[in-house]
Design a protein. Structure first.
Length: 255
C-alpha cells in the first residue's frame, strides 16, 4: 500500500503541472518531467523579460505522461490520438487504454471490472489501482481517469494538472472508484474499465510525456541521399578506364 501524501504532489507547481492521474496511479514522480516543466516556465519568463510577447512558446504548457508513450505508440496511432476530436474520429475507450497500460508496464496485474475484482487482494508489495473512461458518445471530451488505493483503505486521484485529492465529483471520500461519483464538470467517466495490482517498486514502472517513437525520430539526423548512378552520369572509375583505352588506341595507330 502507498501513503496518501497530497503535499508531495501539490506543493511544487512543477510537479503538479507535469504529473497527472496516470503518474499518480503509478505513484511515480519523475525528476525528468519536473525539470522539463521548470525549463519551459523559465523560458517563458525569459521571453516576458525580453518583451517577446508574440512567441508561440507563451501558449505552451507542461506535458504530462500518457499511457503507451513509454514504450512508444506507432506514428499513425500517435497522430490519431493527438488529432482534434471529431464525431467520427478517435476516442478513448477501455479497449484502447488497457493495452497501452500493459505495454508500458507489463508488471501490473489486471484484475478486470467485476465486483469480485474489488475484493480481490493484491500480492505483497503491490497496491490496488483502477481506471475509467468517458462514454464513446462524449467525443468532444474523450478522456480516461485513474485512481489508486492508499494504505488507509480509501482511494485518491489527481485530475490532470490539478491537485491530488481523495474525494469524488460530489466531494465524498472514495471507498470504491466503481461506486464513486465520476461525473465531473468537464468529463463524465461512465465506463469503468478495470482494477489493477500495481508494484510498489517504482523502478519497475515506466511512464513518459513524450512518445518514444516520435521523440527518437526527432533525434535522428537525416543523411544526404547519394545521387543514383543513372544514364548520363559517368563514374570516375569508368571515365578513367575510357581515357586509358583511348591513349592505348592512339599509341597503336602511331606504330
Amino acid at each position: 500500500m502507498v501513503k496518501y501524501e497530497p503535499s508531495k504532489w501539490n506543493d511544487n507547481p512543477n510537479i503538479t503541472q507535469s504529473h497527472n492521474c496516470y503518474s499518480y496511479f503509478l505513484n511515480k514522480i519523475s525528476p525528468v518531467e519536473e525539470f522539463r516543466c521548470k525549463s519551459l516556465k523559465d523560458s517563458q519568463n525569459q521571453l516576458i523579460e525580453n518583451g517577446d510577447i508574440n512567441n508561440k512558446l507563451h501558449n505552451a504548457s507542461c506535458n504530462t505522461p500518457q499511457p503507451g508513450y513509454a514504450k512508444g505508440l506507432s506514428e499513425r496511432v500517435y497522430k490519431q490520438t493527438r488529432k482534434k476530436r471529431t464525431a467520427t474520429g478517435f476516442r478513448y475507450k477501455c479497449s484502447n487504454v488497457l493495452p497501452r497500460i500493459r505495454k508500458d508496464n507489463p508488471d501490473i496485474k489486471f484484475l478486470g471490472n467485476s465486483r469480485e475484482a474489488f475484493y480481490q487482494k493484491c500480492p505483497e508489495n503491490y497496491f490496488k489501482g483502477a481506471v475509467a473512461t468517458t462514454s464513446p458518445e462524449s467525443w468532444k471530451h474523450s478522456d480516461y481517469h485513474f485512481y489508486r488505493q492508499d494504505d488507509n483503505g480509501l482511494w485518491s486521484h489527481k485530475d490532470g494538472k490539478n491537485p491530488a485529492k481523495n474525494v469524488d465529483a460530489k466531494g465524498n471520500v472514495i471507498v470504491d472508484p466503481y461506486l464513486a461519483d465520476r461525473n465531473y464538470k468537464r468529463n463524465k467517466y461512465t465506463e469503468f474499465c478495470s482494477y489493477f495490482c500495481v508494484p510498489n517498486d517504482t523502478e519497475r514502472l515506466q511512464m513518459s510525456s513524450l512518445n518514444k517513437v516520435q521523440s527518437s525520430r526527432k533525434g535522428v539526423q537525416t543523411r544526404k541521399k547519394r545521387k543514383p548512378k543513372g544514364k548520363g552520369v559517368k563514374s570516375k572509375s569508368k571515365s578513367k578506364s575510357k581515357s586509358k583505352s583511348k591513349s592505348k588506341s592512339k599509341t597503336q595507330r602511331k606504330k
